[in-house]
Ligand binder design. Structure first.
Ligand SMILES: NC(=O)c1ccc[n+]([C@@H]2O[C@H](COP(=O)([O-])OP(=O)(O)OC[C@H]3O[C@@H](n4cnc5c(N)ncnc54)[C@H](O)[C@@H]3O)[C@@H](O)[C@H]2O)c1
Length: 349
């Protein structure tokens, strides 16, 4: 059967995608950077999964990888994403744009060129003021990136469309997991807290994202750009998402409240919004986990640590409040791009 090569295979989406393909009985080769953490994660993969380490910024290594694996399809997930992209802009461009070019060239050189499934993001649409935008995001909404991440994704999409390969682009919403422990880093929390509290965000369970990627390698969707968000229960307001997930883990009332966005300024909003995923759902049938079900499952998995976290929640709230982006400013509204610049680096493209 036809092999699928998954890049970024030990990341959040990659781990779930590799497991989905393996569970479906598809031959899968997982590739990522050769690090001690990835070697450890590799030991826990289903035995049928092959692992090959490569740094995708190295064109020769990419060529070697693709010509050895001869994949029928490539799911390209490897990237440097927010907030880390704001700390490593130059490396991020090499990974997010140049490495995509290396993979496309290697795939095109194959005697039987691979189908290329590209992970993109709704960050391509730029700032979204819910007080002034009309409707929800569709594949036809014009791209207008507000930051380096959205810009990289637009550039990568252009390379994919011009590659001559059979391609599919999946633009993802806010990917969530019922096992969020390892993603609760201080930098992620800081980013979450600086976002306009009343911004719109469509979340999606990472297992459903994995189903979408697996289906996109074989479904009749070549040449389509598809929006991957969860069902209507995932249409959320930013201020509700992290506190609900934290509460499911036991950290009830553990996160301080953020600031609302400025209704009169279209630029000072983050690049998230609600999405029309109906075509993607019709073609890929990927939506299986509602937001309420995710919270129930998160709580069940957290087990006894819920009681511990519940006990420290008041203290966590005080500490996080002292570290909050707008603490001791007289801001009435969130100012996300400036706050990112103050903390890490100028995020503009
Ligand atoms: N997580 C989200 O909410 C979200 C939203 C929209 C789009 N996306 C896109 O989905 C894809 C997967 O995201 P994720 O959340 O799993 O990210 P992640 O950061 O968890 O995983 C990215 C993986 O890429 C690998 N990688 C980085 N540089 C590399 C290099 N030079 N060579 C080889 N591998 C390298 C990393 O080691 C990591 O395992 C990305 O393209 C991202 O832009 C994610």
């Amino acid at each position: 059967m036809d092999t699928v090569l998954v890049t970024g295979a030990f990341g959040l989406v990659g781990s779930a995608t590799v497991r989905r393909l393996a569970a479906d009985g598809r031959p899968v080769v997982a590739t990522d950077l050769d690090t001690p953490a990835n070697r450890k994660a590799a030991a826990d993969l289903p035995v049928a999964v092959q692992v090959r380490y490569a740094d995708l910024t190295d064109a020769a290594a990419v060529d070697d990888l693709v010509s050895t694996v001869k994949p029928a399809a490539i799911i390209h997930l490897a990237a440097v994403i927010p907030p880390f992209i704001y700390m490593h802009r130059e490396l991020a461009r090499k990974v997010n744009v140049e490495a995509t070019g290396h993979l496309l060239a290697a795939a095109a050189h194959q005697p039987e060129p691979s189908r290329f499934v590209q992970a993109s993001s709704i960050a391509v649409y730029g700032s979204r003021n819910p007080h002034t935008v009309s409707g929800v995001l569709t594949a036809d909404t014009p791209t207008n990136p507000a930051d380096v991440y959205g810009d990289h994704k637009v550039q990568a999409e252009l390379l994919v469309r011009g590659s001559g390969l059979d391609w599919v682009i999946l633009r993802l919403g806010g990917v969530m997991t019922v096992d969020p422990g390892s993603y609760m880093k201080l930098d992620n929390l800081y980013l979450e807290q600086l976002l306009p509290a009343d911004g719109r965000l469509q979340t999606v369970d990472v297992r459903d994202v994995a189903s979408a990627f697996a289906a996109a390698t074989i479904a009749p969707v070549v040449g389509e750009t598809l929006l991957i968000g969860g069902d209507d229960s995932h249409r959320q307001i930013q201020r509700d998402v992290a506190p609900a997930m934290a509460a499911a883990l036991g950290l009830v009332n553990g996160l301080p409240a953020g600031l609302p966005g400025n209704p009169d300024d279209n630029e000072d909003w983050f690049n998230t919004d609600w999405m029309d995923s109906s075509r993607a759902q019709e073609a890929l049938g990927f939506q299986h986990h509602s937001w309420p079900d995710m919270l129930v499952e998160t709580a069940a998995r957290a087990g006894v640590t819920r009681f511990l976290l519940r006990a420290v929640a008041p203290l966590a709230r005080v500490v996080l409040q002292l570290r909050a982006p707008y603490y001791r400013t007289d801001n009435k509204f969130a100012d996300p791009w400036r706050a990112i610049g103050d903390k890490w680096s100028d995020p503009r493209p």
